[in-house]
Design a binder for this molecule. Sequence first.
Ligand code: FNR
Length: 389
Amino acid sequence: MTNFGNDVQFGIYKHMQAPDPNRLPMRYEDWEQRARDILDDGPYDYVAGGSGAEETIQSNREAFKRWQIVPRVFRHVEKRNLKLGLYGCMLPSPVMVAPIGVQSIIHSEGELASARAAASVGVPYIASSASSHSMEEIAEAMGDAPRWFQLYWSRDPQIAKSFVERAEQAGYTAIVVTLDTPMMAWRELDLQNVYLPFLIGEGIGNYLTDPAFRSGLEMPPEEDAMGAIMHWTRVFGHAGLTWEDLAELKKTTSLPIILKGILHPDDAKLALQYGADGIIVSNHGGRQVDGAIAALDALPAVVEAIEGRIPVLMDSGIRRGADVFKAIALGAKGVLVGRPCMYGLAVAGETGVRHVITNLLADFDLTMALSGCRDLKEINKEMVIPASR
Ligand code: FNR
């Protein structure tokens, strides 16, 4: 039990007499603006943008506004417990860093900086298949800190198998299989910018270091970078997968398998039927199907379908402590945070990501306290109502 939010607040206010004129932003909007100022159009739009008219991005935020917290009082909330037990690990909070690829386009240290930041606060880091650094390098940067590996299931089964084996060996303790991206969606800003970072060799660190990938090349990537990139375009996605393939994947690993990108309750039921160990309700931060259901709107029906049998997590649109609270109230065990961490990375590398995570946790802790909750278990459906507007 801690009073984390207050500690972070007063760690800031104690500098009242002489605040650092170069201090980092506090508000999500200011982080984003700073990132916008620093980055070129290509990398900025790649991170900030979504598919189509970006209506899914908007819906993700609007969904949070349609729920309101109803605080309770007189509940002895001096100290709170934010800890979450998940897959045999006790996590310090219900927050995780979402898998995000190609981080080298926004900061020279890329995923290594984000992973170090997550490790320094004990928040699990989910390493993307599409990282610029290899999963082994990321693991090394993290020491013993908790980490999961996100799998983009390659069309080449040997590569998919090899990724999972490597992840297991490098100390990742769960496999997050992303199901909403067998191919890239229609992303108008990237098309307008004619910008796809993979084609300049960013975001393929796991592939270039993979024996199964390399065995499919005529020449090693060190001698023919373009050949390797073109091979990547052929093996990256796999639109032919079906539920039966999940059974095959389960045979290759003893790690928990968590399916990311579930939005329909019937898919949640299938996930149970085919042996998934967890679900992440997500629309990929509005980067895949435009005009799709907001992840938060999809959450209650998925939670109902799962009946508490496996953990349900969510992402897409988490920006502040109140968002974390609402997602948990609607049945998520925990949440993943995407773009906020990326703006922190772009602006201030490892320090920036640490600031973003720490401040989000402080905000969430204070939201809990001020809503009358001492423990995550007390955050339930009774704590929120649909907004009357
Ligand atoms: C992503 N996301 C993502 N997801 C995944 O499973 N593998 C990946 O490699 C990536 N790459 C990626 C790159 C960028 C630039 C972004 C913004 C997002 C999706 C990510 O894990 C998460 O679902 C969303 O970012 C959550 O939405 P918010 O928090 O960004 O609104």
